[in-house]
Each structure stands twice: as C-alpha cells, then as structure tokens.
Design a binder for this molecule. Structure first.
Ligand code: NAD
Ligand code: UDP
Length: 325
C-alpha cells in the first residue's frame, strides 16, 4: 500500500520552526528518534547549524534557511512554531523584528497549517503574564503586561500570536496546541545567550564576577530541557479538543541569589557576586501552576534544579575548554 494513510502510520512529516535553536534542536532530536520526517526551519538569528549538525546526515532530517516572517509553502502534517529569539538581550536587539517574528510568523504558519490541514503547536511563554499579580500563575490569569515597555515586543507579540491561534481555531476549526513555556535551561544554550542560567554558569566557570540584576530577590522557576520536550510532545499528541493554553514549567521557585549560590557551589568557582541595575519591567516573581498539564497530560517535571544544573555545567565546561576557545 502506498496511500498517504499507510505512510502516515510510519512517519509524520513534522516541521519545527526555530529548529536550530536551543529548544528546537532538542525537539528535532526527539521527533527524529520517534520515527518522524523532520523539516527544521531557521534563519539562524540566535540558533546555529551546529545545534543540529549531528542530524544533517540523517535520512529523515532536512534543514532549511528561512525567515518565518515570509510565507512558506511545504507539505507537512504537524508544525511546531518555535521561531523567535527568547533571551531579553536578543529580542530587544531589533524589537520591531521580534514582534514581526511572533505576529507575521504566526500568521504565516497558521495560514500554512490551514492550507495543508496540519496540527500546529505554538511556543508561547510565561511572559504573557507579565509582572504577575497572581501567584503561582494559572492559565486563567490574564496577566499584567506593560504594552509600551522594552519587553513588550516579545510579550505582546506572543500574546497576539495566542490570539491568532485561538481565532484560527474559532474561525477555521484549526487544530491548535498552545504551550506557555516557563524559563527552561540545559545543554545547547548559547554561551552568549544572555539568559540567567547560561550567564551564571559561564561566569562561574571562567571565574568572572556573577552579575546579579537588582537585589537578586526576584524569582523564576527553572525547567530542565528534557522535561520540557516531554510536555510539548505530550500536548501535541492529545485529541483535537485539547487546545491549551497549558503552562509548561517546573514549579520549584528560586531567587536569583539562590541560583547564583547553587551554581557557585556546584562549579566550585571562586567567582564573586556583583550587583547591577535591574532592567525595566523585570518580573518580580514567576511560578507556574501546572495543574492543567498534570490533569490533561499526566505530566510532571522529573529533573530537580541541581541535577539539571549539573548536566548543563558539564556541557558548558566541555564547550569552554574545547580547543580554539
Ligand atoms: P533560541 O533563541 O535558542 O531559539 C529560537 C530560534 O528561532 C533560533 O534558532 C532562531 O535563530 C530562530 N528564529 C528567530 N527568528 C526567526 C525567524 N524570523 N525565522 C526563523 N527562525 C527564527 O530560544 P529557545 O529558548 O530555544 O526558544 C524557542 C521558543 O520557545 C521561542 O519561541 C521562545 O519564545 C519560546 N520560549 C522559550 C523559553 C525558554 O526558557 N527557553 C521560555 C518561554 C518561551
Ligand atoms: N538576571 C540576572 N543576571 C543575569 C541575567 C539575568 O540577575 O546575568 C536576572 C534577570 O534580571 C531576571 C532573571 O535573572 O530577573 C531571569 O532573566 P532571564 O533573562 O533569564 O529571563 P526572563 O527575565 O525573561 O525570565
């Protein structure tokens, strides 16, 4: 039999936008491992070919340079839309392009999903809650977002993308899945990514001062990448009635001071802590209520912070001591 239905049962054609980035490359690995044909699409703004270099010779993997703010015509069964810079320093570098990536990117990927009747996942974010006044954050909380600040290009872009996803659902009955991802870390973060976990680890390994923004009492909840990929794939595998939004994160909550102290201890570093000004609109606290993910997907994160940090430190240690660095 060569009909599409029998082929589908063997391999789905899955596209990952932002597939050469930190999360996208881990997702590509897992999708290839699961027997899918994977099309990785990226414009390499913050991602790298090196993150997927080990997949380039795989018969079911294909890499395409493309910017999602332009339309794309490919035949696929599922789309994971991850394309968007995620670190504040990178998304604030060209804020207009950041909003375009979220909004035009969503319109282009939703249009494609509609045309080929694909199921589509959106990598949304805890940033839709802004500086939250509800703690921990549930999916029913509408958020507290500054619409005109330096984080707004990302936060409002992602909020608008969610709106587009739910309007495509209501208007065109599209099969959508929206995950609100909380701070996730792990191997393949870029050493110059700028987010807190990679910054602190690289600074600790180099013996440089650890840069604490503000007084370090602000909190975040950190999820290890393997747990995050599990929950993204679990959401995609649900029936058409499950749309999300679903919070995806580890509810363990830590202050930036606690994170810095843990990283100094685990690396055995002699780095000191230095305090720098808190960037505008930096959320004071963040912690996911993961009741929905537990109920709908039977998912809970498995990797505690110290264990995830150990894996991540080992990755950066090898990277920074590689010849040529
Ligand atoms: P990342 O910066 O490593 O990956 C983003 C990828 O998107 C990169 O490979 C980049 O080159 C690509 N990209 C950016 N603009 C593009 C465009 N216009 N066209 C095509 N590709 C483009 O960041 P990440 O942590 O892997 O984040 C992946 C997704 O998950 C993002 O959408 C981000 O908003 C979301 N997210 C991540 C976290 C986290 O903690 N890691 C938290 C919340 C949401
Ligand atoms: N942060 C810090 N030092 C750094 C980088 C970040 O203290 O070198 C703080 C930042 O101000 C924020 C928290 O760490 O309060 C998380 O920052 P990140 O950029 O990782 O993610 P986000 O703010 O988007 O959650």
């Amino acid at each position: 039999m060569t009909d599409r239905a029998s082929f589908d049962s063997v391999a789905k054609r899955v596209m990952v936008t932002g597939g050469a980035g930190f999360l996208g490359s881990h997702l590509c690995d897992r999708l290839v491992e699961a027997g899918n044909e994977v099309l990785c699409v990226d414009n390499y703004f913050t991602g790298r070919r090196g993150n997927v270099a080990h997949l380039l010779d795989h018969g079911r993997f294909e890499l395409m340079r493309h910017d999602v703010t332009f339309p794309l015509y490919v035949e696929v069964d599922e789309i994971y839309n991850l394309a968007c810079p995620a670190s504040p320093i990178h998304y604030q570098h060209d804020p207009v392009q950041t909003t375009k990536t979220s909004v035009h990117g969503a319109i282009n990927m939703l249009g494609l999903a509609k045309r080929v009747n694909a199921k589509i996942f959106q990598a949304s974010t805890s940033e839709v809650y802004g500086d939250p006044s509800v703690h921990p954050q549930t999916e029913t909380y509408w958020g507290n977002v500054n619409p005109i600040g330096i984080r707004s290009c990302y936060d409002e872009g992602k909020r608008c993308a969610e709106t587009l996803f739910f309007d495509y659902r209501r208007q065109h009955d599209l099969r959508i899945k929206v995950g609100r991802i909380f701070n996730t870390y792990g191997p393949r973060m870029h050493p110059d990514d700028g987010r807190v976990v990679s910054n602190f680890i690289v600074q600790a390994l180099r013996g440089d001062p650890i840069t604490i923004f503000g007084n370090g009492e602000q909190t975040r909840s950190f999820c290890y990448v393997d747990d995050l990929i599990d929950v993204i794939m679990a959401l995609m595998a649900t029936g058409d009635d499950v749309t999300g939004p679903v919070n995806m994160g580890n509810p363990g909550e830590f202050s930036m001071l606690e994170l810095a102290e843990t990283i100094v201890e685990l690396t055995g570093s002699s780095s000191s802590l230095v305090f720098q000004p808190l960037p505008d609109d930096d959320p004071r606290q963040r912690c996911p209520d993961i009741g929905q993910a537990e109920k709908l997907l039977g998912w809970r994160p498995k990797v505690p912070l110290r264990e995830g940090l150990e894996h991540t430190i080992a990755y950066f240690d090898a990277l920074l001591s590689a010849p040529g660095r």
